[in-house]
Design a protein around this ligand. Structure first.
Ligand code: ASP
Ligand code: MG
Length: 432
């Protein structure tokens, strides 16, 4: 049986971290493992900056690129004593592809450009890690994921063509795993015309799930800098607790409401083939972490642990209230117009509520908001409120709500049997 491992940016952020990844993988050397790797920590953000600088014709694109290159070469210098190791050249060649792009004037296809530039992050990180593993005698075959994961040409949010992808992966990968690992890029994919696409930010988890699905894997493991899946973000909730087990359903709800622990698209392919997802710490690789799957509720000294409350806090939210100017109902036709505009400009709604002639949504900040407002402004009057927090509590109790809302101004509240969502002003500064 095949296992899929995913290592994110934090796990390969410097030479010591890459050595640690080697130490983890060494324990699996006799097993069949496909390894999915993201770009080095913060690299994708830096490549986004380079793309923006280039697109806006600012002068600093080259300088930003040079900084990013040196950061990668510093790590290589620490990992490889022989300076004539071919990996130095390979990394240089991958970065040259960005140099070439920067030499021409930018086209007006931002999303396309973004994917061609940003994808270099994963190309170089995977070359570095696989060269290092081979250098340490862990035989590893580097693969270009763009030959396997096929999407349409929705740049920055490629939609996976499952049939071709499954055929590519299932026919070519298993035969390679007899005496070596296969290592490839997360987040990237390719179109039928061989253009590079990406799967959306943080999409490497999704790539691991795609490989898990197509290979009917025994399990998928995401190696992270936290102990497993916690029931709240420890930056805001100091009493956060780790789940030992979690059902697919709870995990997908958590990711949907904005917990950043796993990419929301990761769960569906795994659930569809009943493949367990392990979330484990690369800092303490011997600890158990969390397993997500089709599990019976686990009884932990009498209490059902699966029903531990889950808290998700999203900060810097905007509340938009949209009211029809002519007193027409906010019903099917108006809603479909509003949704059309929001979806066209990638505005992600985190909560919505409607009344007779008004509609409220809580959204993340988005660079297109002024355009959105302009389009809606003709028929609707728009009120916005910024700097808000959205707190979602699953398996809430009245005392939990009380605990986290006391002294706060609640602007919008929505309750279902399992979940309450609260839009609040000036909730806490740091810790609850
Ligand atoms: N490197 C990509 C990002 O930062 C993909 C990932 O890390 O999952 O969004
Ligand atoms: Mg990441």
């Amino acid at each position: 049986m095949i296992q899929v491992f995913k290592f994110g940016g934090a796990s390969i952020k410097d030479a010591a971290s890459i050595r640690n990844v080697f130490a983890i993988l060494k324990k699996y050397k006799d097993e069949k493992v496909v390894i999915v790797v993201s770009a080095l920590d913060k690299t994708t953000n830096k490549l986004e900056e380079i793309t923006n600088a280039y697109f806006n014709k600012q002068e600093n694109a080259h300088e930003l690129l040079d900084n990013l290159k040196s950061q990668h070469f510093n790590i290589l210098n620490e990992l490889f004593e022989e300076k004539n190791h071919p990996v130095f050249n390979e990394i240089n060649n991958s970065f040259v592809e960005i140099d070439w792009i920067l030499e021409d004037l930018p086209s007006d296809r931002y999303d396309y450009l973004y994917d061609q530039i940003v994808s270099v992050g994963e190309m170089v990180s995977t070359k570095m890690v696989s060269a290092y593993l081979n250098h340490c005698n862990l035989k590893t075959q580097w693969m270009d994921v763009r030959d396997f994961v096929r999407t349409d040409n929705t740049y920055r949010e490629g939609k996976v063509f499952w049939d071709v992808t499954e055929k590519n992966i299932a026919t070519k990968i298993p035969g390679l795993l007899n005496d070596q690992f296969v290592l490839t890029q997360g987040f990237l994919a390719g179109t039928a015309e061989n253009y590079t696409t990406t799967l959306g930010r943080e999409g490497s988890d999704y790539t691991a799930a795609i490989f898990g699905y197509c290979l009917q894997a025994e399990s998928v493991t995401i190696w992270k800098d936290v102990a497993g899946v916690l029931n709240a973000d420890p930056r805001y909730f100091f009493d956060a607790e780790k789940f030992d087990n979690l059902t697919y359903h709870e995990a997908i709800e958590m990711a949907y409401y904005g917990a950043s622990v796993i990419h929301p698209k990761t769960i569906k392919p795994l659930q569809n083939k009943n493949i367990p997802l392990y979330v484990r710490s690369f800092i303490h690789p011997d600890e158990q972490g969390t397993v997500i799957g089709e599990l019976p509720p686990v009884r932990d000294s009498g209490s059902v642990k699966n029903n531990m409350p889950i808290l998700v806090l999203k900060k810097d939210q905007l509340l938009f209230s949209i009211t029809s100017k002519d007193f027409s109902f906010i019903a099917e036709d108006n809603l479909s117009f509003i949704f059309g505009v929001l979806s066209q400009y990638n505005v992600k709604m985190n909560m919505m509520q409607n009344a007779a002639i008004s509609f409220s949504i809580c959204i993340d900040r988005n660079e297109n908001l002024s355009t959105v407002i302009k389009l809606l402004d003709e028929n609707f009057s728009i009120k916005t409120n910024g700097g808000l927090d959205l707190l979602t509590i699953r398996h809430y109790t009245e005392s939990l709500i009380e605990k986290y809302t006391s002294g706060k101004e609640i602007l919008l509240e929505q309750k279902s049997r399992n979940t309450v969502q609260l839009v609040m002003r000036d909730l806490i500064s740091d810790q609850l």
